[in-house]
Structure formats: C-alpha cells, structure tokens
Design a protein around this ligand. Sequence first.
Ligand SMILES: Cc1cc2nc3c(=O)[nH]c(=O)nc-3n(C[C@H](O)[C@H](O)[C@H](O)COP(=O)(O)O)c2cc1C
Length: 203
Amino acid sequence: MESKFDEKLFAGKEPLTIFRRWFEEAKKTEINDPDAIALATVDEEGLPNVRMVLLRIIEDDGFVFFTNYGSKKAKEAFLSNKVAFNLHWKSLRRQIRVRGYVEKEDGKIADKYFSERQIGSKTAAWASKQSETLANREELIERWQAYKNDFKENVARPDFWGGIRIKPIQIEFWADGQYRLHDRFVWERRFGEKVWGVRRLYP
Ligand SMILES: Cc1cc2nc3c(=O)[nH]c(=O)nc-3n(C[C@H](O)[C@H](O)[C@H](O)COP(=O)(O)O)c2cc1C
C-alpha cells in the first residue's frame, strides 16, 4: 500500500519548532482564525469545560492567550493550574493537542497587545464582566458607551484582563492518512524539564 507519510512534516529537534512550521502553513490555508484553539479546563467538581480562544503568542517554550481574569475559564485554569487545548486545521487535515500548566503573564505582553487593539475593543474589555449573567444586550452597550465616554482616547489595560501562559508538557501532532491510518507523534516531558522525549502512537 502506498504510504502518505511525510517524514519532513514531523521533523524537528523539539516540538515548538514543528508547531510554528505547521502554524505558518495554516495561516496560508485556513479561511479564518488559524490561531483559534479549543481550550479545556475543569471546574471544582472535575467537570470539563471547553471553549474557543485565540492563541495570540507562540513563545520559544510556551503559548499565550488573552482573556478576562474573572472569567470562568481563567478561574478554572488557575484552580488546577492545568489546561489542555486542541487545534484542528480542516484545510490541512491536521490536529495538534497540547497539555500543560498555566501561569499569569506578568503584563508586558498584554500591555503591548492591548495597546494595538482598536479603541472599541479596548473599551469592550472594560465593559464585559465576562461569564457573569447579563440581563439584556442594552446593559452591555450602555456600559461600553460609558467607558468610551470616560476614556476618550487613552484606554488603559484593565488589570482584570491579560494574558495566560501555557507551559506545555505534552504536544501531539496528528496528520490525516489514507484508510484512517493516520500519523501521530507525541512529545512529552515532566513539568520543569527542558528536554523532550518523542514517540509514535497508533492512530
Ligand atoms: C473563534 C473564537 C475565538 C475566541 N477568542 C477568545 C479569546 O481570545 N479570549 C476570550 O476571552 N474569549 C474568546 N472567545 C470567546 C470564548 O469562546 C468564550 O465564549 C468566552 O471567553 C467565555 O468563556 P468562559 O465563560 O468559559 O470563560 C472566542 C470565541 C470564538 C468562537
């Protein structure tokens, strides 16, 4: 049987290099939001929760997304200090799964990211009590207008909004194969370790 396995696709000395290479490809092929990840957390009872967020920063050894620190996702992420996320690029028929530990970004990256946003998005961050009950849309729009009027031009980053960094301990690369004989490689290490091990998995 003809094999579709492309060794170069999975080649790399460590997984972040492969991650970045796949991500660059996805930016060219996905119709929108190639950085959209399904982020999983668990609540205090161990019940999983998943939602999309945008993976805005890929660092040498970590990933950062931005959110409201009072939101459900942030509270749950910091409850266990652990999250997982999944990326599925339909255009490439590839998946990346990541598991790891979280830490609050110290604010430098969030300040830069926030400063580059449109004024409407900046004031929206102030106006949204993310994940809390909202009586009606008017209430949200009124809060947003009020912040726009108060701030006028210079909108500071709210201290309840910022980055969460994911420090990975497991990264799995998956590529579609004929007859569902897909290719999977998982990179693993223990928390605090720099060096990764890699092994191939049955599909
Ligand atoms: C494609 C997409 C991207 C999103 N990106 C973000 C994001 O970067 N940060 C964020 O807080 N919410 C983002 N959201 C909204 C979240 O999915 C979610 O509705 C919101 O953060 C509240 O989740 P929570 O109540 O679990 O905290 C995004 C939604 C979609 C569909």
